[in-house]
Design a protein around this ligand. Structure first.
Ligand code: ARG
Length: 459
């Protein structure tokens, strides 16, 4: 059997259990494209340094390309014996071109190699997630534009608070995902750093042109401390914390869509194609997709906590502990991508029951603040106005009426400042339209928000 690259000083074969236990190939095979890309660039840097000849360079590059093809075709045998994706590729390289293949690892370590693979991988995934966030925002804006006039009750403490536009509510999520996009872009800067050329930890004695290597691989900057370069996983933590925030945002949206599509609310219908039935209760149409996104938030939080815990108290520089960063990261990436994708599609299919929403917005004295505001406009200090409005609410509640159903006489018995124009002022639509402050729920303001969002999404 071929020798392992590090076997020189060993007199004992690796225990089978230890081999299985330490192997990462089952999951880090996902990184093969980045590993090969990195190796090709490294080979160029070796050629530039005169460590491999042009002929050797060509041989190595050709073989690496073939290996990539073999992996893509599923013709590449995996074995715990070769631990990880780096050793698998190197082993195959030596099988293909013999001794020359052994030159590729000159001055390189798997420690700087894995960090580079992870960074190349995350750069790509981050850009992908940025795009998915944008897609989700587009769905939100699309529905906001479609239902621009739908009035619904806004909630605080999950009790009816004030009438708002449904479009205003959707645009709140637009803002949340906008921050997510900004954060992702910001983190990309710190992912986009080349660690290769740091060696095991101390740097390399060979004339590897790291700037050149960085350019070949499309990194914007080159790491400035080899010890930090091989031990740093801050970029993974940062990325995972952003994923955690995205999932938290999604889970809040899920929760509300679940509530509002429940017959008790009846504000909207979820697309049936995104619901599932019950094996026993024929009448059911369950929001399982939303429930699962909500629950998967926990997995992503778990990934973040895993990473923070792996890194806690870890001495510099590389430790094998760092191999444990991959599974949580990959799982979080898959979960976030799947969740963002399906949420965007599901949102496109929701149907809003505008009449039911409007009816609910008019229940529960949601215009009580407007009554107080009206009194303020008539010169009454807000605290006093609040008290008067509270008394009117109590009276109306006892009579089983809405505020707008009281007669002018009844209303004036609480304050002589109330005039005929009160009815117009406390209409549900009036309540919405009075809120003209920047970011407020007035139709004009929301229309501006939507327009701005459409412009943002267009670039
Ligand atoms: N599979 C390892 C990881 O994922 C690669 C680096 C291994 N380095 C080492 N010296 N054992 O972190």
């Amino acid at each position: 059997m071929a020798e392992k690259p590090w076997e020189g000083r060993f007199t004992q074969e690796t225990n089978e259990l230890a081999e299985e236990f330490t192997s990462s190939i089952s999951f880090d095979k996902r990184l093969y494209r980045y590993d090969i890309k990195g190796s090709m660039a490294y080979c160029e840097a070796l050629a530039k340094a005169g460590i491999v000849s042009q002929g050797e360079r060509d041989k190595i590059l050709q073989a690496l390309k073939e290996i990539e093809g073999e992996i893509e075709q599923g013709e590449f045998p995996l074995s715990a014996r070769w631990e990880d994706i780096h050793m698998h590729i190197e082993q195959r390289l030596r099988e293909k071109i013999g001794e020359v293949g052994g030159k590729l690892h000159t001055g390189r370590s798997r420690n700087d190699q894995i960090s580079m693979d992870m960074r190349l991988y995350l750069k790509e995934e981050t850009i992908g997630i940025h795009g998915l966030l944008k897609g989700l925002q587009a769905s939100l804006v699309g529905q906001a534009a479609k239902y621009i006039n739908a009035v619904m009750p806004g909630y605080t403490h999950l009790r009816k608070a004030q009438p708002i536009l449904f479009s205003h509510y959707l645009m709140a999520y637009y803002e949340m995902f906008k921050r997510d996009r900004e954060r992702v872009t910001e983190a990309l800067r710190r992912i986009d750093v080349l660690p290769l050329g740091s060696g095991a930890m101390a740097g390399t004695p060979y004339a590897i042109d790291r700037e050149y290597l960085g350019e070949l691989l499309g990194f914007t900057t080159v790491s400035q401390n080899s010890i930090d370069a091989v031990s740093d996983r801050d970029f993974v933590v940062e990325f995972l914390s952003q994923c955690a925030l995205m999932m938290m945002h999604l889970s809040r949206l899920c929760e509300e869509l679940i509530l509002w599509s429940a017959p008790e609310f009846g504000f909207l219908r979820l697309p049936q194609s995104f619901c599932t039935g019950s094996s026993i209760m024929p009448q059911k149409e369950n929001p399982d997709v939303l429930e699962l996104i909500r629950a998967k938030t926990g997995r992503v939080y778990g990934a973040l906590v895993s990473l923070l815990t792996i890194l806690r108290g870890l001495p510099l520089a590389y430790n094998r502990d760092l191999q444990e960063d991959k599974e949580p990261l990959f799982d979080a990436v898959d979960t976030v991508k799947a969740s963002l994708t399906i949420m965007a599609k599901l949102l496109e299919g929701i149907e809003v029951n505008q009449d039911r929403m409007r009816e609910a917005a008019a229940e529960g004295f949601t215009n009580a603040t407007d009554l107080a505001d009206y009194l303020v406009k008539r010169g009454i200090p807000f605290r006093k106005a609040h008290q008067i409005a509270g008394k009117v609410v109590k009276y109306a509640e006892e009579k089983g009426k809405k505020l707008e159903d009281l007669s002018l006489g009844e209303l004036r018995s609480f304050s002589s400042a109330i005039g005929e124009d009160i009815f117009d002022y406390i209409r549900i639509e009036g309540s919405v339209d009075h809120r003209q402050s920047i970011g407020g729920t007035a139709r004009q303001r929301v229309a501006e928000q939507i327009k701005r969002a459409q412009e943002e999404l267009a670039c």
